[in-house]
Ligand binder design. Structure first.
Ligand code: SAH
Length: 267
C-alpha cells in the first residue's frame, strides 16, 4: 500500500499516441528555434535578439512561479500548459552552460563510485539525464511533465512508489515548491532504512553559513543523520548534503522551512 496518494501521476505516453502539439515541442530537435520563424525562415539578428530576450523573460517568470507556488499547483499548471516545461528547460540549459560545472555530473560520478547497484528516485529529474547516464542502476525519474519515456509526470510530494522501495533519492536543484519540506517527507517514505538522500542546492538560496547550519539542523530534527561530505572545497556555487534515513517515521516539523528562490540574472 502507498501511504501517499498517487493522484495525478502520468507516465509518458508512447510517441505515437502523443498529441501533436506536445510532440512538436518535445526534445531538443523539435523545440521551436529562436533562429528561425514559424515558417522556418531565418530571423534577422535584431529579431533573434528580441526573441532571445522574450525567451529569457519567460524562463525567469516560470522559474519564479515554481519557487512561489506549491508543488500541487505547479503540477496542475504545467499539466495544463506543458510548453512551460520546455520553455523552462531551454532557459535552464543555457544557464547550466555558463556554470563552472553541472552539479548533476558530480552526482552521476558519485553514484557510479558509491552506489552502482542502487535503486534511485530522481525527484525533479528535468530531462532525466541521470537515468540516461547510469547504466547499472534502476532509476525512477519524476517531474511535472514527462518529457520522454523515462519520466513519470507527478508532483514530487506524492510519487507513485511504495514505501521503503529505493536506496537513494536525488534532489538536484529541485527543492522548488513552497512546500518542499513535503518533498523531503515523501523522500523519507520511499527510502529504505539506511538509504541516502542527496540534496544539491544553489548556495545563494541560504542567507549565509548560518542559514546552511539551520537547514542541516532542520533535517536532523526531521530524523535524518547528516553524512560527512567528500572534499568539496571548490564547491562555491552549490551546497550539497547527504542525509541517511535512520528512523522509521519522519518527524515533520510544525514550522515550515523557507529557502530563498534562486534568481537567474538576465543574460
Ligand atoms: N534535476 C534536474 C533538473 C533541475 S531543474 C537536473 O539537475 O538537470 C528543477 C526541476 O524540478 C524542474 O524540471 C522542475 O520542473 C522540477 N520540479 C520542481 N518542482 C516540482 C514538483 N513539485 N514536482 C515535480 N517536479 C518538480
Amino acid at each position: 500500500m502507498f501511504k501517499s496518494s498517487k493522484k495525478g501521476a502520468v507516465k509518458a505516453e508512447s510517441a505515437k499516441s502523443k498529441p501533436k502539439s506536445i510532440l512538436k515541442l518535445s526534445g531538443k530537435k523539435n523545440e521551436p528555434s529562436s533562429e528561425t520563424d514559424s515558417k522556418g525562415s531565418r530571423l534577422s539578428s535584431l529579431q533573434e535578439q528580441f526573441t532571445k530576450k522574450l525567451e529569457g523573460a519567460r524562463f525567469r517568470a516560470i522559474n519564479e512561479e515554481l519557487y512561489t507556488a506549491s508543488g500541487d499547483l505547479s503540477f496542475t499548471e504545467f499539466q495544463k500548459d506543458q510548453s512551460k516545461f520546455y520553455a523552462y528547460h531551454k532557459g535552464y540549459r543555457e544557464q547550466v552552460s555558463s556554470w563552472p560545472y553541472n552539479p548533476l555530473d558530480r552526482i552521476i560520478d558519485w553514484v557510479n563510485r558509491r552506489h552502482p547497484k542502487a535503486v534511485i528516485a530522481d525527484m525533479g529529474c528535468g530531462e532525466a539525464k541521470l537515468a540516461e547516464s547510469l547504466s547499472t542502476n534502476k532509476v525512477h525519474s519524476f517531474d511535472l511533465v514527462a518529457v520522454n519515456d523515462r519520466v513519470t509526470a507527478c508532483n514530487i510530494a506524492a510519487v507513485p512508489l511504495p514505501n521503503e522501495s529505493v536506496d537513494v533519492v536525488v534532489f538536484c536543484l529541485s527543492l522548488m515548491g513552497t512546500n518542499f519540506v513535503d518533498f523531503l517527507n515523501e523522500a523519507h517514505r520511499i527510502l529504505k532504512m539506511n538509504g541516502t538522500i542527496k540534496i544539491v542546492e544553489v548556495r545563494s538560496r541560504f542567507e549565509d553559513f548560518k542559514g546552511i547550519k539551520k537547514f542541516t539542523k532542520y533535517l536532523k530534527r526531521m530524523g535524518f543523520i547528516i553524512q560527512p561530505q567528500e572534499n568539496l572545497s571548490d564547491n562555491k556555487m552549490f551546497f550539497e548534503v547527504d542525509c541517511r534515513k535512520v528512523a522509521k517515521e519522519c518527524r515533520l516539523q510544525e514550522e515550515p522551512f523557507e529557502l530563498k528562490p534562486c534568481q537567474y540574472k538576465k543574460r
